[in-house]
Write a protein that binds this ligand. Sequence first.
Ligand code: F6R
Length: 620
Amino acid sequence: MCGIVGYVGHRPCRDLLIAGLEKLEYRGYDSAGISLLQDGHIDSVRAVGNLANLRAAVGLDGDNGDGGVAIVAPPATIGLAHTRWATHGRVTEENAHPHGDCDGQIQIVLNGIVENHAELRRELQAEGHSFSSETDAEIVAHLIERHDKGDLTEAVRAAFAELRGHYAFAAMHADHPDTLVAARQECPLIVGLGEGETFVASAIPAFLAQTRQVLLVENGEIVTVHASGAELTEAGGAPVSRESEEVTWDEDAAEKGGFPTFMLKEIHEQPDAVAETIADRLPAMDRVDLSALELSDELIAGMRRIVIVACGTSYHAGLVGRYAIEQWARVPVEMDIASEYRYRDPVVGPDDLVIGITQSGETADTLAAMRLARERGATVMALTNVIGSQATRDADTVLFTRAGLEIGVPATKTFTSQVAAMYLLGLWLAQARGTLPREEIAALIAELKGIPSKISTTIEAVDTRVRAIARSHAEARFFLYLGRNIGLPVCLEGALKMKEISYIPSDAYAAGEMKHGPIALLDESTPVVCVATESPILDKVLSNVAEVRARGADVIAIATEGSERVAEVADQILYVPPTDWILQPILAVVPLQLLAYHVARLQGLNVDQPRNLAKTVTVE
Ligand code: F6R
């Protein structure tokens, strides 16, 4: 979820590029950099931390911070700039973009993940290329160098053909002072067309103050950018003709990518967040690679159990993970709410793997629970979204989600990324412990790879219907969520979202517990949300739903497409695409996020900043 800005035109562009990066700051970043081309020479400057550090490093604030003069010559009229949210490699100046080829003649900026970076790096190193960063992105500069025969577009095209993954990048060459070339595979890329100047960026706010005329770049396309405009081609070279469009958003809407709220924008970013999280960790059709965790073979084989500690939404992601790990890897998993675990003198020791799930990496209770487990000899893993966060420093090993910055207080894309990471872990443990046949692992990997596009399909397919359901229940005084097994954590998460942003009391129950008390709550005015996706216990869920319906409650079911039986017992159905039943939660939660969202919006509530809540809970 990095930010890219490029410019070619008639104006000195250093300040334009940095101003563009400032407009992308809301996406979050940990370092930044800029390359400017002038007189056949490229100067690059990178800085860790915020843009003030980059401004100081280029001398924009008077000097470079060391009392030196500006390093970068201001009159350059072509350049690239980048804000990095680290995924591969630590947060260091060397790992910040732009990245160059061997002699710095080519510079690139990239957003996303190159999945086959390790094999390409090995090949390029064998050919004599030398690398100066730990990133997957640097590969792209060296690949362009490998194919450079004097035509930058063709060199980019050849490099693009060798890459696998989920990314967009832009490249500049010292021998081509009037051209930028950019390419898109899944991650966003937009061209801004001005008067005698052209921008290329990962998001419209980067150039909206300069031009409102945009040309969209689609997947698999390459764009060659000059001051006078841009030419699109397909990856194979065929020209693409597309009209430019005028953007009518104001700056506030632009920051939210045209969505009315950050929460809705982040719901729509889930396919990308999940795709980036699984990307290179699934390097082959039948292999999961989490070797970067460096867990010892003895621990993996002799593990007594896994204990997961977390709070709120992260706890719910852990619950989904528990089903996957137990089912696939046959390791017992214990779940605990971090604020309970830390105060209950837990029995934990050297044969245990303790996983602290925390998207921020700063939640006080989760950190305390992880520290306690570590003091007692357990191996502690952090599952977090934030490189350099406290959890990464307190853990023996770290598994990162790659959801980018989440601005809305309600966790959405970080939840689905955490669930995806738990699936990876479950499959990897199964592979290492030999508890699932290879073909079954391959089938699950294929399903997991298909999840990002199924999340997109789900959002598109259900949104209008969810709005209608929200309208019919916006006045409800209570929502009940029911599910069993893998559906239960989805219900807990749906109910948490509902109470958190709409302030309507909501509860989630294991459906089999209804008859032990909660059924007394139901009458004709109660909307009951049931997660009834395909699973070995669907019959059980359906008989619980029938009990609820008999009390007159209005049943809203989340079901798997093609599952006819659910229609017989539900008043309203929201379908999600079919997949392996253990993977269904990552799809089934999407309609529930949207339901809470639309109910809250109908009441005019601020979903991005609900009352009494902060994004990160660092107090005890
Ligand atoms: C709910 C939500 C919270 C967090 C919880 C833990 O939408 O965001 O419940 O999940 O505060 O935060 P992290 O994951 O940062 O430890």
